[in-house]
Design a protein around this ligand. Structure first.
Ligand SMILES: Nc1ncnc2c1ncn2[C@@H]1O[C@H](COP(=O)(O)OP(=O)(O)O)[C@@H](O)[C@H]1O
Ligand SMILES: [Mg+2]
Length: 212
């Protein structure tokens, strides 16, 4: 198996599962934790991530197929999603405003479907979205929570806005505008306006906090 990503909490390998390309995500033992507690946390996070992936697919949001879940081994085996990270795609100097708007709208609709189902992704960066096969697939649900709170929805939107603003080729504005338009197609104008207001409020709070 080939290591494709080494994270703080998990390593990700590419291998096979019944002749299909598969991703093995293994949560590593963390030595600064008590071993008993560490085992418990890793197994809980593994089953939590598997549950949320399953629920997201149920809500109509593309997420990898799960092939095998072993909380004891802190292991998830899932579909290898072919494509490129949204981050790489948006950073491409050849990216056009039109394509950025398409991607933003689709992503916005996906986020809204998640939120409508009471799932907050919790780590909505452009590294956790794969563009391929003519669609977007969301991955990395390890930090997802169940919530109906507007504030939590706005926190999800804020993270994506922050990471997209790091793309320096001028596509962040059209991308974010279309993202909110897509969000509103699914959740409606009233809820979207409320989420956008909350987002602005959180951003203001963040600025004051930095000034202090
Ligand atoms: N199902 C998958 N298909 C293709 N690539 C994946 C898949 N899952 C993870 N990856 C790759 O591995 C990286 C890390 O996986 P991720 O679940 O985001 O771990 P972490 O929680 O450490 O961020 C992703 O950014 C992506 O490049
Ligand atoms: Mg990730």
């Amino acid at each position: 198996m080939e290591l494709i990503y080494r994270g703080a909490e998990a390593d990700v390998f590419k291998g096979g599962w019944c002749d299909r390309p598969a991703v093995y995500k293994v949560r590593k033992p963390l030595t600064y934790r008590l071993p008993e507690l560490d085992g418990l946390i890793r197994s809980q996070r593994t089953s939590h991530e598997a549950q949320i992936i399953h629920q997201s697919r149920g809500a109509g949001v593309p997420a990898p197929w799960l092939y095998y879940v072993s909380p004891e081994e802190a292991l998830l085996v899932m579909e290898f999603v072919e494509g490129e990270r949204l981050k790489t795609v948006l950073m491409d100097p050849a990216m056009t405003g039109r394509r950025a708007r398409e991607l933003g709208a689709e992503f916005g609709r996906d986020i809204a479907r998640l939120h409508a189902a009471g799932i907050m992704h919790g780590d909505l960066t452009t590294s956790n979205v794969i563009v391929g096969g003519g669609r977007l697939t969301l991955i990395d649900f390890g930090l997802a929570i169940r919530s109906q709170r507007l504030e939590d929805q706005a926190v999800d939107l804020r993270l994506i806005k922050e990471t997209v603003t790091g793309a320096h080729n001028g596509v962040s504005k059209p991308f974010m505008r279309s993202l909110l338009a897509g969000y509103s197609e699914v959740l409606g104008g009233t809820r979207t306006a409320a989420a956008a207001r909350k987002l602005a409020e959180i951003e203001r709070r963040g600025r004051y906090a930095r000034v202090e």
